[in-house]
Design a protein around this ligand. Structure first.
Ligand SMILES: Nc1ncnc2c1ncn2[C@@H]1O[C@H](COP(=O)(O)OP(=O)(O)OP(=O)(O)O)[C@@H](O)[C@H]1O
Ligand SMILES: [Mg+2]
Length: 273
Protein backbone atom coordinates (compact mmCIF):
# COMPACT_ATOMS: atom_id res chain seq x y z
CA UNK A 1 0.00 0.00 0.00
CA UNK A 2 1.25 3.45 -0.83
CA UNK A 3 -0.18 6.77 -1.96
CA UNK A 4 -3.83 7.45 -2.70
CA UNK A 5 -4.80 6.47 -6.23
CA UNK A 6 -8.29 7.85 -5.82
CA UNK A 7 -9.32 10.99 -3.98
CA UNK A 8 -12.88 12.20 -3.54
CA UNK A 9 -13.50 15.63 -2.07
CA UNK A 10 -16.90 17.01 -1.11
CA UNK A 11 -18.77 14.97 -3.70
CA UNK A 12 -22.48 15.79 -3.86
CA UNK A 13 -25.24 14.40 -6.04
CA UNK A 14 -28.73 15.85 -6.20
CA UNK A 15 -31.55 14.15 -8.04
CA UNK A 16 -34.42 16.29 -9.20
CA UNK A 17 -37.56 14.19 -9.40
CA UNK A 18 -40.04 14.96 -12.09
CA UNK A 19 -42.78 17.35 -11.04
CA UNK A 20 -46.26 17.63 -12.49
CA UNK A 21 -48.37 20.48 -13.80
CA UNK A 22 -49.37 21.32 -10.24
CA UNK A 23 -46.22 20.57 -8.31
CA UNK A 24 -42.55 21.38 -8.76
CA UNK A 25 -40.09 18.49 -8.78
CA UNK A 26 -38.46 17.56 -5.48
CA UNK A 27 -34.72 17.54 -4.94
CA UNK A 28 -33.19 14.47 -3.33
CA UNK A 29 -29.76 15.17 -1.84
CA UNK A 30 -28.43 11.65 -2.37
CA UNK A 31 -24.81 12.56 -1.55
CA UNK A 32 -24.08 15.50 0.74
CA UNK A 33 -20.32 16.03 0.54
CA UNK A 34 -18.35 12.79 0.49
CA UNK A 35 -14.57 12.85 1.01
CA UNK A 36 -12.18 9.92 1.14
CA UNK A 37 -8.99 8.43 -0.33
CA UNK A 38 -8.28 4.97 -1.66
CA UNK A 39 -4.73 3.65 -1.50
CA UNK A 40 -3.11 1.31 -3.95
CA UNK A 41 -3.88 -2.34 -3.22
CA UNK A 42 -6.31 -1.73 -0.35
CA UNK A 43 -9.91 -2.77 0.21
CA UNK A 44 -12.11 0.06 1.37
CA UNK A 45 -15.56 -1.10 2.40
CA UNK A 46 -18.63 1.11 2.15
CA UNK A 47 -21.52 0.19 4.44
CA UNK A 48 -24.86 1.75 5.22
CA UNK A 49 -28.55 1.04 5.00
CA UNK A 50 -30.61 0.82 1.85
CA UNK A 51 -31.08 4.17 0.12
CA UNK A 52 -28.17 5.94 1.88
CA UNK A 53 -26.39 6.60 -1.44
CA UNK A 54 -23.90 3.76 -1.90
CA UNK A 55 -24.76 2.93 -5.51
CA UNK A 56 -25.01 6.62 -6.36
CA UNK A 57 -21.41 7.03 -5.23
CA UNK A 58 -20.40 3.85 -7.10
CA UNK A 59 -21.81 5.25 -10.35
CA UNK A 60 -19.94 8.53 -9.93
CA UNK A 61 -16.64 6.81 -9.13
CA UNK A 62 -16.96 4.62 -12.22
CA UNK A 63 -17.87 7.56 -14.49
CA UNK A 64 -21.35 6.25 -15.26
CA UNK A 65 -22.91 9.32 -13.64
CA UNK A 66 -21.66 12.85 -12.92
CA UNK A 67 -21.37 14.43 -9.50
CA UNK A 68 -23.38 17.62 -8.89
CA UNK A 69 -20.33 19.19 -7.23
CA UNK A 70 -17.05 18.19 -5.68
CA UNK A 71 -13.78 16.83 -6.97
CA UNK A 72 -12.82 13.36 -8.04
CA UNK A 73 -9.21 12.52 -8.81
CA UNK A 74 -7.97 9.21 -10.15
CA UNK A 75 -4.19 8.78 -10.23
CA UNK A 76 -3.88 12.53 -9.88
CA UNK A 77 -6.20 13.33 -12.81
CA UNK A 78 -9.37 15.30 -12.29
CA UNK A 79 -12.59 13.59 -13.41
CA UNK A 80 -15.88 15.30 -13.99
CA UNK A 81 -17.86 13.70 -16.77
CA UNK A 82 -20.27 16.65 -16.83
CA UNK A 83 -17.39 18.89 -17.99
CA UNK A 84 -15.31 16.50 -20.00
CA UNK A 85 -15.89 13.12 -21.55
CA UNK A 86 -13.44 10.70 -19.94
CA UNK A 87 -10.80 9.34 -22.28
CA UNK A 88 -10.59 5.56 -22.82
CA UNK A 89 -7.41 5.63 -20.71
CA UNK A 90 -9.34 7.12 -17.79
CA UNK A 91 -12.19 4.65 -18.18
CA UNK A 92 -9.73 1.80 -18.06
CA UNK A 93 -8.69 2.74 -14.54
CA UNK A 94 -12.03 2.09 -12.86
CA UNK A 95 -14.39 -0.78 -13.45
CA UNK A 96 -17.54 -1.92 -11.68
CA UNK A 97 -19.06 -5.27 -10.74
CA UNK A 98 -22.77 -5.23 -9.89
CA UNK A 99 -24.74 -7.35 -7.48
CA UNK A 100 -26.89 -9.04 -10.05
CA UNK A 101 -24.90 -11.06 -12.56
CA UNK A 102 -28.14 -11.77 -14.47
CA UNK A 103 -28.92 -8.15 -15.13
CA UNK A 104 -25.38 -7.08 -15.93
CA UNK A 105 -24.66 -9.69 -18.63
CA UNK A 106 -26.32 -9.45 -22.03
CA UNK A 107 -28.11 -12.80 -22.54
CA UNK A 108 -27.60 -12.64 -26.32
CA UNK A 109 -23.84 -12.26 -26.11
CA UNK A 110 -21.53 -15.24 -25.85
CA UNK A 111 -19.06 -15.07 -22.97
CA UNK A 112 -16.18 -14.34 -25.36
CA UNK A 113 -18.03 -11.30 -26.71
CA UNK A 114 -19.04 -10.19 -23.21
CA UNK A 115 -15.37 -10.22 -22.22
CA UNK A 116 -14.01 -8.62 -25.36
CA UNK A 117 -16.56 -5.82 -25.62
CA UNK A 118 -14.61 -3.43 -23.33
CA UNK A 119 -11.54 -4.00 -25.51
CA UNK A 120 -13.49 -3.33 -28.70
CA UNK A 121 -14.86 -0.09 -27.25
CA UNK A 122 -11.75 1.23 -25.50
CA UNK A 123 -8.73 -0.14 -27.35
CA UNK A 124 -7.60 -0.85 -30.88
CA UNK A 125 -6.51 -4.40 -30.10
CA UNK A 126 -6.89 -6.89 -32.92
CA UNK A 127 -9.19 -9.92 -32.77
CA UNK A 128 -6.43 -12.39 -31.97
CA UNK A 129 -5.07 -10.33 -29.10
CA UNK A 130 -8.57 -9.79 -27.70
CA UNK A 131 -9.25 -13.50 -27.78
CA UNK A 132 -5.99 -14.23 -26.01
CA UNK A 133 -6.80 -11.72 -23.27
CA UNK A 134 -10.29 -13.22 -22.86
CA UNK A 135 -8.90 -16.76 -22.60
CA UNK A 136 -6.34 -15.61 -20.06
CA UNK A 137 -9.02 -13.90 -17.94
CA UNK A 138 -11.34 -16.93 -18.07
CA UNK A 139 -8.54 -18.97 -16.58
CA UNK A 140 -7.72 -16.33 -13.95
CA UNK A 141 -11.30 -16.36 -12.66
CA UNK A 142 -11.48 -20.15 -12.54
CA UNK A 143 -13.44 -20.81 -15.74
CA UNK A 144 -12.55 -23.03 -18.70
CA UNK A 145 -11.63 -22.27 -22.33
CA UNK A 146 -14.84 -24.05 -23.49
CA UNK A 147 -16.85 -21.40 -21.66
CA UNK A 148 -15.71 -18.83 -24.24
CA UNK A 149 -18.42 -19.86 -26.70
CA UNK A 150 -21.30 -20.29 -24.26
CA UNK A 151 -24.16 -17.97 -23.32
CA UNK A 152 -24.61 -16.48 -19.82
CA UNK A 153 -27.81 -18.45 -19.11
CA UNK A 154 -25.76 -21.68 -19.23
CA UNK A 155 -23.93 -20.73 -16.03
CA UNK A 156 -24.68 -20.79 -12.30
CA UNK A 157 -24.95 -17.55 -10.33
CA UNK A 158 -21.41 -17.91 -8.99
CA UNK A 159 -19.99 -18.63 -12.45
CA UNK A 160 -21.84 -15.65 -13.83
CA UNK A 161 -20.29 -13.45 -11.19
CA UNK A 162 -16.88 -14.84 -12.24
CA UNK A 163 -17.69 -13.77 -15.81
CA UNK A 164 -18.65 -10.28 -14.59
CA UNK A 165 -15.37 -10.05 -12.66
CA UNK A 166 -13.37 -11.25 -15.68
CA UNK A 167 -15.08 -8.62 -17.83
CA UNK A 168 -14.27 -5.91 -15.30
CA UNK A 169 -10.60 -6.95 -15.39
CA UNK A 170 -10.25 -7.08 -19.18
CA UNK A 171 -8.94 -3.51 -19.36
CA UNK A 172 -6.52 -4.15 -16.49
CA UNK A 173 -8.05 -1.52 -14.19
CA UNK A 174 -6.38 -0.21 -11.05
CA UNK A 175 -9.60 0.02 -9.05
CA UNK A 176 -12.70 -2.16 -8.93
CA UNK A 177 -15.93 -0.92 -7.43
CA UNK A 178 -17.84 -3.97 -6.24
CA UNK A 179 -21.48 -3.11 -5.50
CA UNK A 180 -22.80 -5.96 -3.32
CA UNK A 181 -20.90 -8.49 -5.43
CA UNK A 182 -21.77 -11.56 -3.35
CA UNK A 183 -25.13 -10.60 -1.84
CA UNK A 184 -27.16 -12.62 -4.35
CA UNK A 185 -25.10 -15.79 -3.87
CA UNK A 186 -25.30 -18.77 -1.50
CA UNK A 187 -22.90 -18.70 1.43
CA UNK A 188 -20.50 -21.34 0.09
CA UNK A 189 -20.41 -19.59 -3.28
CA UNK A 190 -19.88 -16.24 -1.53
CA UNK A 191 -16.76 -17.68 0.05
CA UNK A 192 -15.41 -18.85 -3.31
CA UNK A 193 -15.96 -15.45 -4.89
CA UNK A 194 -14.43 -13.61 -1.92
CA UNK A 195 -11.36 -15.85 -2.14
CA UNK A 196 -11.15 -15.27 -5.88
CA UNK A 197 -11.31 -11.50 -5.31
CA UNK A 198 -8.52 -11.75 -2.73
CA UNK A 199 -6.31 -13.72 -5.15
CA UNK A 200 -6.96 -11.30 -8.01
CA UNK A 201 -6.24 -8.34 -5.75
CA UNK A 202 -2.81 -9.77 -4.93
CA UNK A 203 -2.02 -10.71 -8.50
CA UNK A 204 -3.02 -7.39 -10.09
CA UNK A 205 -2.39 -5.10 -7.10
CA UNK A 206 -5.99 -3.92 -7.31
CA UNK A 207 -7.76 -1.49 -5.02
CA UNK A 208 -11.31 -2.44 -4.13
CA UNK A 209 -14.20 -0.27 -3.08
CA UNK A 210 -16.42 -2.95 -1.66
CA UNK A 211 -20.05 -2.07 -1.04
CA UNK A 212 -21.93 -4.36 1.28
CA UNK A 213 -24.68 -4.40 3.85
CA UNK A 214 -23.27 -7.62 5.32
CA UNK A 215 -20.91 -6.56 8.10
CA UNK A 216 -19.51 -10.05 8.56
CA UNK A 217 -18.31 -10.04 4.96
CA UNK A 218 -16.87 -6.55 5.50
CA UNK A 219 -15.08 -7.67 8.64
CA UNK A 220 -13.53 -10.47 6.65
CA UNK A 221 -12.29 -8.54 3.62
CA UNK A 222 -11.88 -4.84 4.45
CA UNK A 223 -8.72 -2.95 5.35
CA UNK A 224 -10.71 0.18 6.08
CA UNK A 225 -14.42 0.90 6.43
CA UNK A 226 -16.57 3.93 5.61
CA UNK A 227 -19.97 4.16 7.24
CA UNK A 228 -22.56 6.06 5.24
CA UNK A 229 -25.79 7.48 6.62
CA UNK A 230 -28.27 9.50 4.55
CA UNK A 231 -25.72 10.63 1.99
CA UNK A 232 -22.92 11.38 4.44
CA UNK A 233 -19.88 9.48 5.65
CA UNK A 234 -20.36 9.55 9.40
CA UNK A 235 -17.25 7.57 10.24
CA UNK A 236 -14.26 6.08 8.44
CA UNK A 237 -11.44 4.16 10.00
CA UNK A 238 -9.45 0.95 9.92
CA UNK A 239 -11.51 -2.21 10.08
CA UNK A 240 -10.35 -3.01 13.61
CA UNK A 241 -11.17 0.48 14.92
CA UNK A 242 -14.62 0.42 13.34
CA UNK A 243 -15.47 -2.97 14.77
CA UNK A 244 -13.76 -2.67 18.17
CA UNK A 245 -14.05 1.02 18.90
CA UNK A 246 -16.92 2.59 16.91
CA UNK A 247 -17.30 6.32 17.54
CA UNK A 248 -20.50 7.38 15.80
CA UNK A 249 -23.87 6.39 17.21
CA UNK A 250 -25.03 5.11 13.81
CA UNK A 251 -21.99 2.82 13.53
CA UNK A 252 -22.83 1.48 16.99
CA UNK A 253 -26.42 0.87 15.91
CA UNK A 254 -25.28 -0.97 12.79
CA UNK A 255 -22.92 -3.15 14.80
CA UNK A 256 -25.54 -3.85 17.43
CA UNK A 257 -27.85 -5.10 14.71
CA UNK A 258 -25.19 -7.55 13.52
CA UNK A 259 -24.38 -10.72 15.42
CA UNK A 260 -21.02 -10.39 17.11
CA UNK A 261 -18.56 -12.40 15.09
CA UNK A 262 -14.84 -12.86 15.06
CA UNK A 263 -12.92 -13.06 11.81
CA UNK A 264 -12.40 -16.76 12.61
CA UNK A 265 -16.08 -17.49 13.07
CA UNK A 266 -16.83 -15.64 9.84
CA UNK A 267 -14.26 -17.74 8.00
CA UNK A 268 -15.94 -20.80 9.44
CA UNK A 269 -19.38 -19.59 8.37
CA UNK A 270 -18.09 -18.92 4.89
CA UNK A 271 -16.25 -22.23 4.81
CA UNK A 272 -12.81 -20.67 4.26
CA UNK A 273 -11.25 -21.45 7.68
N1 LIG B 1 -32.09 8.21 -10.78
C1 LIG B 1 -32.58 8.62 -9.59
N2 LIG B 1 -33.54 9.57 -9.53
C2 LIG B 1 -34.02 10.02 -8.35
N3 LIG B 1 -33.60 9.57 -7.15
C3 LIG B 1 -32.65 8.62 -7.14
C4 LIG B 1 -32.09 8.09 -8.35
N4 LIG B 1 -31.17 7.15 -8.01
C5 LIG B 1 -31.15 7.09 -6.67
N5 LIG B 1 -32.03 7.97 -6.13
C6 LIG B 1 -32.25 8.22 -4.69
O1 LIG B 1 -31.00 8.49 -4.10
C7 LIG B 1 -30.89 7.86 -2.82
C8 LIG B 1 -29.71 6.93 -2.78
O2 LIG B 1 -29.93 5.79 -3.64
P1 LIG B 1 -28.84 4.66 -3.86
O3 LIG B 1 -29.35 3.73 -4.90
O4 LIG B 1 -27.52 5.28 -4.09
O5 LIG B 1 -28.84 3.90 -2.44
P2 LIG B 1 -28.07 2.60 -1.96
O6 LIG B 1 -27.34 2.97 -0.73
O7 LIG B 1 -27.27 2.03 -3.08
O8 LIG B 1 -29.26 1.61 -1.58
P3 LIG B 1 -29.35 -0.01 -1.65
O9 LIG B 1 -28.60 -0.53 -0.44
O10 LIG B 1 -30.80 -0.28 -1.55
O11 LIG B 1 -28.75 -0.45 -2.95
C9 LIG B 1 -32.23 7.19 -2.59
O12 LIG B 1 -33.04 8.06 -1.85
C10 LIG B 1 -32.78 6.99 -3.98
O13 LIG B 1 -34.18 6.95 -3.97
MG1 LIG C 1 -27.33 0.18 -4.10
Amino acid sequence: MSDAILRAKDITRDYVTKGSMFKAGDVVHALKGISFDVKEGETLALVGESGCGKSTLARILTMIDAQTSGELEIEGKNINIADQKPTPEMRQRMQIVFQNPYGSLNPRQKVGDVLEEPLVINTNMGAEERRERAMEMLQKVGLEPVHYGRYPHMFSGGQRQRIAIARALMLRPKILVLDEPVSALDLSVQAQILNLLADLQDEFNLSYIFISHDLSVVKYIADRVMVMYFGEIVEQNTRDEIFNNPQHSYTKTLLAATPRATVDSIKKRLGVA
